[in-house]
Write a protein that binds this ligand. Structure first.
Ligand SMILES: NC(=O)c1ccc[n+]([C@@H]2O[C@H](COP(=O)([O-])OP(=O)(O)OC[C@H]3O[C@@H](n4cnc5c(N)ncnc54)[C@H](OP(=O)(O)O)[C@@H]3O)[C@@H](O)[C@H]2O)c1
Length: 234
């Protein structure tokens, strides 16, 4: 890897975030593993550290503006850089029979963690990336947020994933030509707590394209939506 890249991964204490953290650390990045419960984050970081790989945990609640601001301030004052941001943390609170008329709070709560938090975090990190003219931002979206393939149910989750795709497009347009590459990824249906045991792919496979996007060369794409390293329809 070109120099020691510093990567911040949100929701790193389990699931895809933990595996993305592990793969990035083994690729040579200094990984800051964000976790809303610091003790869980420390245990997860310890589990994937070792053999020359050190992963550090930081408290980071994506539903709290204060927590997001404090985390960015702490990481930048310590390392003066954030080269890679993986907006991985996410919730899926609703289901196929969700009823927004009675559960608008579910929509709000989902948007807080899946869209507003990632937007704020990216907005705080981009100026730091601009100073080095280097940055990679990977937003964990989903096929369920694709307008082309939109289906019924899960309205809060689907809205949030379509929303994070808007964040990707807007911020990519705003940073064009600045060495900052911002993309969305559909990791596929992976066997995590969210994906469930019946999912058709491993966490390793689910993490593969987010990690690939995190480590894109300078000539790589920006403003795209990817699945298995291939650009897909919005
Ligand atoms: N698994 C799939 O099949 C699949 C498919 C498409 C997209 N995705 C997306 O991939 C991402 C990771 O999913 P996953 O399957 O790994 O989910 P998961 O197993 O449910 O893990 C979710 C992670 O997000 C964290 N999180 C939730 N709310 C948070 C908050 N307010 N602040 C900080 N962290 C928070 C959780 O932390 P706690 O432990 O504290 O709850 C946990 O670390 C999500 O954005 C998801 O929408 C997953």
């Amino acid at each position: 890897m070109n120099g020691e890249r510093t990567a911040l991964v949100t929701g790193g204490n389990r699931g895809l975030g933990l595996e993305i953290s592990r793969q990035l650390a083994h690729a040579g990045a200094r990984v800051i593993l964000g976790s809303r419960d610091l003790e869980k984050g420390k245990a997860a970081a310890k589990a994937i550290s070792g053999r020359g790989v050190v992963v550090e945990a930081r408290q980071l609640d994506m539903a709290s503006q204060d927590s997001i601001r404090e985390c960015v301030a702490a990481v930048t004052s310590h390392y003066q850089r954030i080269d890679i941001l993986v907006n991985n943390a996410g919730v899926m609170i609703d289901d196929e029979s969700s009823d927004p008329i009675h559960e608008l709070d579910v929509v709000r709560e989902t948007m807080e963690t899946n869209v507003y938090g990632p937007l704020l975090l990216a907005e705080l990190v981009i100026p730091i990336m601009k100073t080095r003219r280097y940055g990679r931002i990977v937003n964990l979206s989903s096929g369920m947020g694709s307008l082309t393939g939109m289906g019924a149910g899960y309205v809060a989750y689907r809205m949030s994933k379509a929303g994070i795709n808007v964040v990707t497009r807007v911020l990519a347009a705003e940073t064009m030509g600045m060495g900052i590459l911002i993309n969305s990824v559909d990791p596929g249906w992976a066997r995590t707590d969210m994906g469930g045991k019946g999912a058709n792919r491993t966490v390793e496979k689910g993490a593969e394209t987010p990690v690939w996007l995190s480590l894109l060369p300078d000539s790589g794409p920006t403003g795209g939506f990817f699945h298995d390293k291939t650009q897909i329809e919005w």
